[in-house]
Structure formats: structure tokens, C-alpha cells
Design a protein around this ligand. Structure first.
Ligand SMILES: [Zn+2]
Length: 279
């Protein structure tokens, strides 16, 4: 039996694969500790032999180094479970997982994934290889310095791109200005100037993210995913129209922008972790 888990900033989704069936579960990642969740699964299904986890945080050699949008009880998760149970556990950053699943889907060796969900993340497969950096932290687009803000990012800094181009960023700004929680489209079409400004700042930051990534990575495919993109697919055409002048034109001419066709790229990638050991 194999267990795949996607731990996002809002949802903890799992798929348990046995020979005869797939059992799916979707719970809150804020209210369910990952260690407790896995322990409970192992009690119910002692035959689990492999666990693959796509995690919305910074991972290095089976250890959670940081998690801007989550609380963690036991960072050394691989060691914790492998020393207690007869199983293999692999964990990697959720975008590293997602980009593998996207590259597999598109059958391409040059794919950059840019996902806008609770956080803002990206990862890059270049010439068939995942670009990891020395400590598996490459392409952390959400936490690059962007604009000084009165709000704090989950990582502690006050100038991250994620403060603008993410669901958590949008929620923070709406809360800051006492605006009832509404969708991006409702903000954009609101008669209130402040609401429209929040939506504009989101789009400006997303455009900056996409333009920067195309310029520094020069990918063949840029795939957009994550909850905010899935709920606002109009952002694809808007980005295509707006990128000229925001990215190096030689790179922009070569890239194809698409929206992810995968139901959940991160969990699809978590399944692939059995073949590709993590960083
Ligand atoms: Zn940050």
C-alpha cells in the first residue's frame, strides 16, 4: 500500500493506493497535524510501505527546514517514521513535486511551474533535471524581495512577493482594510477604490513573478496552477497580453503559457517521489 499526501497552506489531501482501490481524503492542514494524520493512517492501514509527501515549505534531506504557512510538530519527518515503522518516506517541496508531474504530463524536458494558492511557489525542470540549488531552495519565488509592506509574510519578512500574489496575501490585505472576504474578480469589479487597488496589486505582482521567471529561467513551458489560478482562469489570457515588456523578449518568444490540466499537480508529484529521491 502507498500513501500520497499534499500538504498545502489550507488543505491536507491524501490518496491511499492499494491493489484494489484508492481512498481519498481532504482535511484542513491548519487543524490537522501532519504527524498525527500519518500516525492515524498507519493505525488503520498497517500495510503502508511507502509515503510520498508534497509539502508547502522548505525541505532538505527529509527534514522540514521552514513552513511559512503551517505549524510543524516534528521537522525530521523522514527519520521519525522510518525509525518507527517498516516503510520508506520521501518528502519534497510541493512545487518540486508539482513540476515533475507537469513535466510528465506535457512530456517536456523544460517546464517551469508557477502555482498561486495559499502561497506563491515555483520550480523549474531544465533539460530534464529539477533545478534544486545547494540546499533544495531554488526558485522560491514567493519570498524574493518585492515591495516593502506594512504586513508580514508567513516567513517573517515584510517585503515578499507572496504578500501580494497569493490567496494568503489577498486575505491579509482584505483583513487589514476591513473588507469582507471576497473573490479576486469581485475585488477587481468593486466600486470601492481600495478593493480594486488590492486586485491590481495582486495582478501586478503575478505579472512580475511570471516575467521574472521567464527571464531568469528561459523555459519552454510555463504552467500556471494552484487554487487561485483554477478559480480565475482568465488570468492566463491577461498574462499573455501583459507580459511583453515584462520579460526578456528572446525568452518570451519561446515560452508557451498554459494552465495546469492536472487535478492536483502536487499530489501527482508526491506519487513520483518513489522514483525520484528528494533533496
Ligand atoms: Zn516570505
Amino acid at each position: 500500500m502507498k500513501l500520497s499526501i499534499d500538504v498545502g497552506g489550507t488543505n491536507l489531501r491524501s490518496e491511499l493506493h492499494s491493489q484494489s482501490e484508492i481512498v481519498c481524503e481532504d482535511v484542513s492542514s491548519q487543524e490537522n497535524d501532519l504527524i498525527d494524520f500519518i500516525e492515524a493512517k498507519l493505525q488503520s492501514y498497517p500495510l503502508i510501505s511507502f509515503i510520498g509527501i508534497a509539502f508547502a515549505g522548505q525541505i532538505y534531506k527529509g527534514e522540514i527546514l521552514s513552513a511559512p504557512n503551517l505549524r510543524i510538530k516534528e521537522p525530521k519527518i523522514k527519520e521519525y517514521f522510518e525509525s518507527r515503522y517498516n516503510l520508506i518516506l520521501e518528502i519534497d517541496n510541493d512545487l518540486n513535486c508539482a513540476v515533475r508531474a507537469e513535466a510528465h504530463y506535457f512530456q517536456s524536458d523544460s517546464v517551469l511551474a508557477l502555482y498561486v494558492g495559499t502561497g506563491l511557489g515555483s520550480a523549474f525542470i531544465d533539460n530534464g533535471q529539477l533545478v534544486r540549488g545547494v540546499k533544495n531552495q531554488a526558485f522560491e519565488i514567493g519570498h524574493i524581495p518585492y515591495k516593502k509592506s506594512t504586513l508580514a509574510c508567513g516567513c517573517g519578512k515584510t517585503n515578499c512577493l507572496e504578500l501580494y500574489a497569493s490567496a494568503s496575501g489577498l486575505n491579509k490585505w482584505m483583513h487589514y482594510y476591513n473588507i469582507p472576504n471576497v473573490s479576486l474578480l469581485e475585488l477587481e469589479n468593486s466600486p470601492e477604490t481600495k478593493n480594486r487597488e488590492i486586485a491590481f496589486a495582486f495582478k501586478e505582482a503575478l505579472l512580475f513573478a511570471a516575467g521574472t521567471l521567464i527571464t531568469i529561467a528561459n523555459p519552454k513551458i510555463l504552467v500556471l496552477g494552484g487554487g487561485v489560478i483554477k478559480h480565475n482562469p482568465y488570468l492566463l489570457e491577461w498574462l499573455k497580453e501583459s507580459l511583453r515588456g515584462q520579460a526578456f523578449s528572446a525568452s518570451l518568444d519561446e515560452v508557451t503559457l498554459v494552465i495546469s490540466e492536472l487535478q492536483n499537480g502536487a499530489i501527482s508529484g508526491a506519487k513520483l517521489l518513489e522514483e525520484h529521491k528528494n533533496g
